[in-house]
Design a protein around this ligand. Structure first.
Ligand code: HEM
Length: 303
């Protein structure tokens, strides 16, 4: 862990930085409310925000702390106590399992927000380029310390394990990555075969080997399965990029498969019982799908 003095040397922090930021204290106080509102609207676009800020109570607590953090960017003495508070924020984020990506993106948003406001502020107490330079340093220092906690946490886990455990962790990590890659390749090949199959079904209709009604229904069924494969492929790619697997997509795929079966059976006479069973299955899958979406929306405070 670096001391505040070491960090200041690394960031070429001069006395001017302290003075510049202090002169911008009023600016910080003036825009804290607008910043927080805009940041939360921005965070609403992240798929898992509601997981980390699950209810109004946590959100309000965070809201309050964020405003203090924003004001302190300019007004606080940037000393050992300030650094301790930044480490604490990093630790809390690690404890709730917040991906560091969220913090980096929020910091980028904050930087853009401050630039924009500084550029349009009529009575800036210092030159714009000086203000921007000092703001950049304090934001970079914040980001460095906050995301440092995530790196330290990973490192602690890694160093705490023995050589054999480290080897096993690495092998498993690579193995899982290969499995994910294989699943993506398998889905892609299946999608390709299905496209060829749909083409074949179209040829059958065009050459009169299948009736138009039968052909159209078969093609619709195959397109549904293609849609399901594309959804699974998208979900797997998202998972490979670090997102959690979504249950919704599997229900949607099951729905597509059942609807396809219904389409095919509807062509055959005397299959009423099976059709009734499949209709029941469709309704329960649709209800499950709705319940998942409803639960997700309910826990998303920004929607
Ligand atoms: C610029 C980025 C951010 C800053 C400066 C920041 C700041 C803070 C601060 C000051 C605390 C209080 C730490 C303490 O208890 O001492 C905190 C806690 C927390 N942060 Fe952040 N945060 C940021 C981004 C985020 C994001 C993007 C999320 C979630 C999407 C998040 C979720 C939380 C949660 C859930 C807590 C614990 C709240 C509680 O239960 O009291 N933070 N953060």
């Amino acid at each position: 862990m670096e001391t505040i003095e070491q960090l200041k040397v690394h960031y070429q922090w001069r006395l001017e930085e302290e003075e510049n930021l202090r002169k911008l204290s009023e600016f910080g106080a003036k825009y804290q409310q607008e910043w927080i509102g805009r940041l939360y609207s921005y965070l609403a676009n992240f798929p898992d925000t509601s997981k980390y800020l699950p209810n109004e109570q946590v959100r309000e607590r965070h809201n309050d702390k964020l405003k203090k953090w924003f004001v302190a960017l300019f007004a606080a003495a940037h000393d050992a106590e300030y650094l301790r508070r930044l480490y604490r924020i990093g630790e809390v984020h690690v404890q709730i399992g917040l991906p560091p990506h969220y913090v980096s993106a929020s910091m980028n948003f904050t930087r853009q927000f401050i630039y924009d406001k500084l550029a349009h502020e009529p009575n800036l107490p210092i030159a714009l380029d000086q203000a921007v330079a000092s703001v950049n340093k304090i934001l970079d220092l914040n980001l460095d310390v906050m995301t440092g906690s995530f790196r330290e946490e990973e490192l602690k886990f890694y160093l705490a394990s023995g050589r054999i455990q480290r080897f096993m962790i690495e092998t498993m990590r690579r193995g899982l990555w290969l499995v994910d890659l294989f699943i993506i390749a398998a889905f892609a090949v299946a999608g390709l075969f299905l496209m060829l199959w749909i083409g074949y079904e179209m040829v059958l209709v065009a050459t009169g080997k299948t009736t138009l009604e039968h052909g159209a229904i078969m093609i619709m069924g195959s397109v549904l399965i293609l849609y399901a494969i594309s959804e699974l492929l998208n979900e797997e790619i998202r998972h490979l990029r670090g997102a959690a697997l979504g249950l919704k997509v599997f229900i949607a795929v099951a729905l597509a498969a059942v609807i396809r079966k219904i389409l095919i059976l509807s062509l055959e006479p005397g299959r009423t019982t099976e059709l009734i069973v499949l209709a029941g299955l469709t309704i329960s899958l649709a209800a499950t799908h709705w319940l998942i979406i409803h639960a997700e929306n309910k826990t998303a405070p920004f929607k």
